[in-house]
Design a binder for this molecule. Structure first.
Ligand code: ARG
Length: 581
């Protein structure tokens, strides 16, 4: 569906060339929504400076050359030289009709599909996921869904922390507990936090255990089959736990998407070698280091990325460099999006800088850190339980569902639900609330985890949007009409109809932007704006009791287009939409 902004940008562009010659053919005019008209073009002011003319004259000349008869009903030069554009009702109606008839709601697939790795979730084996992982998981999944919908070749990548020195003590602790304990879901092994802490305590307090653990790390790194088998037992317990969380959240990650740090183990030495051969990494104090330009410490001394420690061991950074090298050389990826906490920003900046020096990243192959801000409690500090411990994800999700149930029972329902149906809806509401709250704030800003605010049927919340979609479905049920049969034609009379249709036309542009910037909050905000426009429409324009059949058909079509936009938008955010509420 042609987004009005893009259509008008192209028209203004053409007018510029016609008025001032072909050298203005790529001025890239900016068209923005405006409170004085539908849209406003701000091109005359910057151009006037260049041409040494009065902005209003330049604006007038652009307008004289503007061919918008089919799209625009009114053009006006305002203020110092802004061009205000009011779209024609017929054009809006026709475009909304086209969107309604298109199974992609008129959203064009990307012109240049890119092979894109979206790396997200990435929890650590034998450790409980925390709210930080919850957020990278939810935001990353939305990014992956949006890019896939836009036609990109999306590779979901769960870069789990499944390798490194702690595994020596974890394996030894597993042996002490007895392996079969790992098979039971209620065992001391599946309480990952307790398991990890117990291993740590023994490691710190028991020399013999610490010795065994260190020998175990050596055996693991040497690929000793029995040690690898035990390591796999631990990995499997964790995968069971991750999958339980993903399943509850409706996250699209599967076991096939897991490519943990261990996967790159054999690639660390050749990666280090290549960096050394290219002269990028040098020995400094016995360690192999790269010094990417522009990164300095407090005294101005160059900061190293340590590739290989003086004891021969490799680092977290080395694994990330090996990962980039592999994705470029073997997977031929165009774009890598790292959905990871903001505190790791410097790490990624330095790793990407080294990868650029090595030629793995360049203008064609890009990596970006999609930073995720910290999750805070209502006290403004890092989220903790009342007792001060780290919040367990499973308990957090349980509480969300429980609270969703209480709020759900207070709203008005079309019909009574049996227990199983109610439970299923309430689960969706709880998860939708948590997910939408996470997604509606810019991903890089900190965010306050507040159950009372997120689980409400009022305001900018998941439940409000789920309810909005369910209300539209209920209109169709009451009218005995199939959503697919609401084919219009759409015609616009009331201003609320026009405003709703215009809002619907923005879907494609919003998705494109959300995909380009890896910022799902743009879509989250858009879905809310659609629901808002719908509410005004619904309050002003009776649908089933419309004054005549033509109006009724048009309003039903607007309802259908709104419903599909809401449901598609929420689906791409990973927020479930119960059919009834
Ligand atoms: N496992 C890490 C953590 O929990 C996140 C991994 C991020 N991804 C990466 N390529 N370094 O903090």
């Amino acid at each position: 569906m042609p987004d009005p902004q893009l259509v008008l940008a192209a028209r203004v562009q053409a007018a510029l060339s016609a008025a001032f010659g072909p050298s203005y053919a790529d001025a890239d005019p900016v068209i923005r929504p405006s409170q004085f008209a539908d849209l406003q073009a701000n091109v005359a002011l910057p151009l006037a400076k260049k041409l040494g003319r009065k902005p209003r004259d330049v604006a007038g000349e652009i307008v004289r050359n503007l061919d918008t008869a089919d799209v625009v009903a009114n053009v006006e030069v305002s203020g110092p030289g802004f061009i205000n554009l009011t779209l024609s009702d017929d054009w809006i109606a026709a475009e909304a009709q086209r969107a309604l008839e298109d199974e992609r709601l008129g959203v064009p697939p990307a012109e240049r599909p890119q092979k894109t790795v979206v790396e997200y979730s990435s929890p650590n084996v034998a450790k409980e996921m925390h709210v930080g992982h919850l957020r990278t998981t939810i935001v990353g999944d939305a990014i992956a869904r949006i890019l896939a919908f836009l036609g990109h070749d999306v590779v979901r990548d769960n870069h789990v922390g499944d390798w490194g020195t702690p595994f020596g003590m974890l394996i030894e602790h597993l042996l002490d507990l007895g392996e079969d304990a790992a098979a039971r879901d209620d065992s001391s092994v599946s309480d990952l936090t307790a398991f990890y802490q117990a291993a740590r305590e023994k490691f710190d307090g028991d020399e013999e255990f610490a010795d065994r653990s260190r020998r175990r790390v050596v055996a693991l790194q040497a690929g000793d089959p029995e040690t690898l088998r035990l390591w796999n037992v631990l990995v499997d317990v964790s995968k069971r736990y991750f999958n339980a969380v993903y399943g509850r959240l409706g996250v699209t990650l599967t076991d096939d998407d897991i490519r943990g740090e261990s996967f790159y183990n054999d690639l660390l030495a050749p990666t280090a070698q290549e960096l050394e051969d290219k002269g990028i990494a040098v020995i400094s104090d016995g360690a192999l280091c790269a010094f990417p330009p522009g990164f300095t410490g407090r005294e101005g001394e160059p900061l190293p990325v340590i590739i290989r420690k003086s004891d021969g061991g490799y680092n977290y950074s080395t694994t990330d460099l090996a990962t980039i090298r592999y994705r470029v050389d073997t997977e031929h990826v165009d774009r890598m999006i790292y959905v990871v906490g903001a505190p790791q920003a410097l790490h990624f900046q330095m790793v990407f800088a080294v990868a650029r020096m090595a030629g793995w990243l360049n203008d064609e192959v890009k990596a970006e850190h999609a930073q995720i801000g910290n999750v805070l409690g209502t006290d403004g500090k890092i989220l903790r339980t009342r007792a001060g411990g780290t919040v367990k994800l499973a308990e957090l999700l349980d509480e969300a569902v429980e609270r969703a149930g209480a709020v759900f029972d207070e709203i008005q329902h079309d019909e009574p639900f049996d227990d199983a149906t109610r439970a299923a809806i309430v689960r969706d509401v709880g998860m939708g609330a948590v997910k939408y709250a996470d997604l509606s704030v810019a991903r890089d800003s900190e965010y306050v985890f507040d159950f009372d605010r997120m689980i409400s049927f009022h305001g900018k919340t998941g439940p409000y949007l789920q309810y909005a979609a369910a209300r539209i479905r209920s209109i169709f049920r009451k009218g005995g009409i199939d959503v697919a049969d609401a084919t219009g034609p759409i015609k616009l009379g009331h201003p609320a109809e026009r405003a709703l249709a215009l809002e619907l036309l923005g879907f494609g542009a919003v998705l494109k932007q959300a995909g380009e910037t890896a910022e799902p909050h743009r879509l989250a905000n858009y879905v809310y704006a659609v629901a808002d426009a719908y509410t005004t429409f619904y309050e002003n324009c009776p649908v089933l009791k419309a004054p005549d059949e033509e109006t009724k058909a048009s309003r039903l079509a607007l309802c259908a287009a709104t419903l599909r936009t809401l449901e598609t938008g929420l689906h791409l955010l990973g927020v479930p939409t119960p059919e009834r509420m």
